[in-house]
Design a protein. Sequence first.
Length: 227
Amino acid sequence: MVSLAQQAVTQRIQGVGMTSHRTRSRMVDRLQQQGISDSKVLEAMRAVPRHIFVDEALASRSYEDTALPIGYNQTISQPYIVAKMTELLLEHEQLTKVLEIGTGCGYQTAILSQLVDKVYSVERISALLKKAKDNLWDLNFKKVKFQHNDGGCGWPEYSSYDGILVAAAPDKVPDVLLQQLSIGGVMIIPVGQKNKQKLHKITRTLEGFDDKVLDPVSFVPFLTGKS
Ligand code: SAH
């Protein structure tokens, strides 16, 4: 027997009107027009219901291409940025193990979990991490391991990673994270202070690191410590 609580979760995931599958498909069409071309990324964006990651009061805006508040002064990243960072990461051929810093509400985590074998996700705010775990549990996504910690430490226990995706902007790329990247591995990270941030794609080579500076972006700051 399916309980009433389970039925309510299923209905919420399915959505209706501005949270329906059709609205999500329109978001995916827009992403394509904006230049996202990796079909695997587009399919993952179509599969994951973004509306369940935001408060119900904001659910009707969840498929707009905009960042939205998730509490604790943090935001869920805008769909285009989530898709772009994921696409950049997937340019790497053998992506099996990915470290994500800045779980937030878990939306980017859910997208990654559709595309790679294992996701390790670190968040410094415990209340947000709990939200993310609940969201991913409701969606039955089980490929993710979470840790409540300052992501500046990375997650040495499972290092090295062939992909690292950072969702908050430090002034400078943390050396500890660079050291947890496999040879040939790729890190996608916003770097710089407010209004001056750029997205970087850093590839670890046998000789060192190849740092490609990409588009201007706007992320919340990468903070130290945990709460
Ligand atoms: N991709 C997330 C974005 C969340 S915003 C989403 O879609 O919801 C960025 C997140 O990075 C915030 O939750 C913030 O608390 C977290 N963060 C900032 N500095 C951090 C650090 N040093 N370690 C871990 N998480 C950090």
